[in-house]
Ligand binder design. Structure first.
Ligand code: ADP
Ligand code: MG
Length: 723
């Protein structure tokens, strides 16, 4: 034993040869793109005109899908899938675990005569019925009524999942209980979208638009991740169980040189990225940007933004694809927010905007004062939303893993504030002071801001410390974690925007009805919002100590842990918000609160058990061997009359003693049972995590003392730098 596993891993890395290229790589990304997607153009080719029109109306204007249409679509989809080599189909859904779930069925049905026929009816397309009793539902279903239903989400295209042994037609679906309650993350996302669109359209009508397409939220998610060699991963039980290292002394060299950020991408990693991108292209996922990130071994991939709903499904597929392709290249893709202590963690910045085909991006400042006014109204809606619901935004990024990242001087703090950039902040300052005093010009919309210079579409200044930053024509929510689904954040953003746009539309409609000049009404609404909600705007350094103090003075919440943040889902305000816009009823919301608490508790418990196991069965034996070696040497020296130096032996013995004590504290802490899920989670946070830290402290100290040839766990240096 000793360090044999480690050495074998290092040898494997040193002798690694990249996999042979499979297949022809001559296609351009353009030729590859969407080849495995039952896309709009594929549908147009294969469907009768009237059916295609009907389906398009469903996709674009959220009209219900006709059952006869479904039959025709199902049959065309099946033909297409079989041509693509599919033998099975799967309804893919997104349970509250944040993962992706699939139920696979064969296209073949026995025909009674010993043969089989390919069967795929419209009703199979529209509805599935997985036995879903094992998905967390937070009390929404009794076990005796375990049925869950899946139904095709027409707005997200079906695709082919390839495997060397056969292909599968995958159909993105919503997942609901027999009572129609949402058991997944997609249903509320679709509902929030509908609610937001309705309110945004009211505002657009006030600005004089008559032709208005459905307003949708767009999302572009930047995914950060780590890559380590598979051999190291296999030699780290903590990584396998928890997705992060529960132990590990810092490497002599970390990220302090900043030599990794945007550096040349290592050949092996580039090979992986090219392969992953090919897979993503085939699935119609527009992967665009790739680069090294700050920490060694850390990288980023960002697809081009899409409709929030499609972007969310694609994000899930992207995570699965990264892991799958990494394995092919002998690596493990770590999506955990903080796989290594002491170096940067990984986030998933969610860029979002609102818009439609008829009015374009509503968060784009535009060139004319009129457009500026409309833009400022939408922008004010964001400010108001973030101020009123900062706690909710914090809660939707809360998880055991993201707790290690938020506020760790590399990621935004747990305080949710909004960054506008100098120019835009200045515009709102003027609005707050009653607007500019310039005289009204006939025919121009005067709202006190039109005398200002054009708003730049790409402000030069960037703020990396803000959780919610305006970046020229969109906002970037930087708090979401790398492993999480972007559905939660997008549901929250879209719903709070619906509420603020509703508020604004009502104010403006009332004013206009009362005969108030529209320009004055707009100025008044903007002024009111910035006065009441400007406290959320912060353009300074979000990492500074001063900000913590100032934020408290401004009344902003600072919810440091998941246990502090999740109760935001349980407040009267949150309940009223989601109920009012038909996104989640009280039971659905309560079930989410319950499931997320439970997931936190489970994650922490798994980590605690893994900590114990590794400490007891891997680290303690190594330390005892070394202690024995030192003691034997001391004995031999004494026997030949040399006075041994016992300092090292004593030091190892002392740390081993600390470790044994920490182990027994953690062991007895693990036996605890609380009487509610909240109490359980709270206990994990306040008792288990510190007990785990104490074990880790002693282990990491031993790592620095024990002879390298006895140390069994791959080190930070090996995992982060050998690739
Ligand atoms: P940076 O790292 O500088 O923030 P990236 O290019 O890595 O920028 O990522 C920017 C992300 O924002 C991409 O996913 C991009 O498609 C997305 N994005 C760009 N414009 C919009 C928009 N109007 N709405 C939503 N997302 C957008
Ligand atoms: Mg970014």
């Amino acid at each position: 034993m000793g360090n044999a596993a480690r050495m074998a891993a290092i040898a494997a890395v040193a002798s690694y040869t990249p996999p042979a290229l499979d297949g022809d790589r001559s296609e351009t990304p353009g030729e590859l793109f969407g080849t495995n997607v039952f896309s709009r153009s594929e549908m147009q080719k294969r469907l009768p005109k009237s059916v295609f029109k009907n389906l398009s109306a469903t996709i674009e204007r959220s009209q219900p899908l006709d059952a006869t249409v479904a039959d025709v679509v199902a049959s065309a989809m099946k033909e297409w899938a079989i041509e693509k080599g599919a033998s099975h189909y799967a309804h893919v859904f997104y349970p509250l675990t944040g993962l992706t779930a699939e139920k696979h069925d064969s296209f073949l049905d026995p025909d009674g005569a010993g043969a089989s026929i390919a069967e795929f009816a419209g009703k199979t397309l529209i509805q599935g019925e997985p036995d879903a009793s094992s998905f967390p539902n937070g009390g929404l279903r009794q076990t005796f009524e375990a049925r869950g239903y899946t139904a095709w989400d027409v707005t997200s295209p079906a695709y082919i999942l390839e495997n060397p042994n056969g292909n599968t037609l995958c159909i993105p679906t919503v997942f609901i209980s027999w009572t129609g309650e949402a058991l997944d993350k997609k249903t509320p996302l679709l509902r929030s979208q509908q609610a937001m669109s309705k309110q945004a359209e009211r505002v657009l009508r006030l600005f004089g638009h008559t032709e208005i397409d459905s307003v949708v939220a767009f999302a572009g998610a930047e995914q950060e991740y780590f890559l380590i060699d598979k051999s190291f991963f296999f030699a780290r039980p903590d990584l396998i169980a928890a997705g992060r290292t529960l132990f590990g002394a810092p490497a002599p060299k970390g990220q302090e040189f900043d030599d990794h950020y945007f550096g040349a991408i290592p050949e092996r990693v580039l090979g992986f990225m090219l392969d992953a991108e090919r897979e993503l292209f085939k699935l119609g996922i527009p992967a665009k940007t790739r680069h090294n990130e700050v920490a060694p071994g850390q990288f980023e991939i960002a697809p081009v933004f899409e409709r929030a709903n499609v972007a969310t499904d694609h994000q899930q597929l992207l995570m699965v694809t990264l892991r799958r392709v990494a394995a092919k290249h002998g690596m493990e893709c770590l999506l955990h927010e903080k796989p290594f202590a002491g170096v940067n963690g990984s986030g998933k910045h969610v860029n979002f905007s609102l818009g439609n085909a008829s009015q374009g991006n509503l968060l784009n400042p535009g060139d004319t004062p009129h457009e500026n006014a409309q833009f400022l109204v939408f922008c004010a809606a964001v400010i108001r939303s973030v101020h009123l619901h900062g706690g909710l935004l914090r809660s939707v990024v809360a998880s055991a893993s993201n707790d290690h990242r938020l506020g760790a001087n590399e990621a935004p703090p747990a305080i949710i504030s909004i960054f506008l950039g100098e120019q835009l902040a200045d515009v709102f300052d003027q609005v707050a002071k009653g607007g500019a005093t310039a005289s009204k010009e006939k025919g121009t919309l005067i709202i006190g801001v039109d005398t200002l210079p054009e708003l730049p579409s790409d402000p030069g200044d960037r703020n990396r410390t803000s959780p919610f930053a305006f970046t020229g024509n969109r906002f970037e929510f930087r708090a979401p974690g790398s492993s999480q689904s972007i559905a939660g954040p997008m549901i929250a953003i879209t719903t709070i925007m619906a509420e603020s746009l509703d508020f604004i539309a009502t104010e403006l409609e009332t004013a206009v009805e009362a005969g108030v000049d529209f320009n004055e009404a707009v100025q008044k609404v903007l002024e009111g919002i910035i006065t009441e909600h400007g406290a959320a705007v912060f353009n300074g350094d979000g990492y500074s100590e001063d900000w913590q103090v100032e934020a408290a003075a401004r009344g902003l919440k600072n919810l440091r842990t998941t246990v502090d943040a999740l109760p935001e889902l349980d407040t009267p305000e949150t309940k009223a918000l989601f109920a009012k816009y038909g996104v989640l009823n009280e039971r659905e919301l309560a079930s989410r609160y319950e499931v997320y608490l439970e997931q936190y508790d489970l994650s922490v418990s798994v980590e605690a058990r893994s900590t114990l196991e590794v400490a007891k069965t891997v680290v303690v034996p190594a330390a005892i061997r070394y202690q024995g070696e030192l003691a034997a040497t001391a004995g031999s020296l004494k026997a030949i009359g040399i006075d041994p130096d016992l300092a090292l032996l004593e030091s190892v013995t002392a740390t081993l003693g600390e470790l044994t004590a920490a182990i027994s504290t953690l062991e007895s802490a693990l036996g605890h049972e609380a009487d509610s899920t909240y109490a359980e989670a709270e206990y994990g946070c306040s008792t288990l995590l510190p007990a785990m830290s104490a074990v880790r402290g002693a282990v990491d100290e031993l790592e620095a003392k024990v002879a390298d040839d006895l140390w069994p766990l791959p080190t930070y240096q090996e995992m982060l730098f050998l690739l």
